[in-house]
Design a protein around this ligand. Structure first.
Ligand SMILES: [Zn+2]
Length: 197
């Protein structure tokens, strides 16, 4: 990670005014771009494209993409694995001096892990109206009954992060339809006289 972000103003413009008002800085946007690259690579492996980076200032501590298909791990969400790896790497579960950038709003499981890890700040891209627990369905990290409430900045590069997911699911639907159509077509008759080139 370069020490100084070149084009910091351009990165800040990309974050949008609401993210800026909430205190996003150029390196937070840069980390989100990094998380988006991880998500894009995950999509190419057939994983739901979500990427996450745990960072301290301008330094990446750990980064991960969703890998549930590869590992068969139901807890293999990008941000959860990145936080787990960060705790292991630092031999300390408390990550209060770290920030988390993740391309999709964390679910209840990951929001719980954010609280337990005492993550300092959370930046996420697209809202998840079906499972989001940082403002959509629940607001776990903002719950006053819990002992840790990190600032949450939503919507950094939200459109681009959301597009990664919608185009992935659209492509997957197309592939499933195509394979269903192929399996219902009558297979060509092969007779004894068929010549195979
Ligand atoms: Zn999750």
């Amino acid at each position: 990670m370069s020490r100084h972000w070149r084009g910091g103003n351009a990165l800040l413009r990309m974050a949008g005014p609401s993210a800026l008002r909430a205190g996003a800085r150029a390196n937070d946007v840069g980390m989100m771009l990094r998380a988006m690259t991880l998500a894009r690579n995950a999509a190419q492996r057939g994983e739901v494209p979500v990427g996450a980076v745990v960072y301290h200032g301008r330094t990446v501590v750990t980064e991960h993409a969703n890998d549930r298909e590869l590992t068969g791990d139901p807890t293999g969400h990008a941000e959860l694995v990145a936080m787990r790896d960060a705790g292991r790497a630092r031999r300390a579960w408390r990550l209060s001096d770290c920030s988390l950038a993740v391309t999709l709003e964390p679910c209840a499981m990951c929001a719980g892990a954010i609280v337990n890890a005492r993550i300092g700040r959370v930046f996420f891209g697209a809202h998840d109206p079906k499972a989001g627990a940082c403002g959509s369905l629940w607001s776990i990290p903002a719950d006053g009954r819990l002992n840790h409430r990190p600032p949450i900045v939503a919507g950094i590069l939200a459109k681009t992060c959301g597009r990664q997911l919608t185009s992935f699911f659209a492509r997957r639907r197309q592939e499933r339809t195509a394979s269903r159509d192929a399996s219902t077509k009558p297979s060509p008759r092969i007779s004894r006289n068929t010549t195979v080139a």
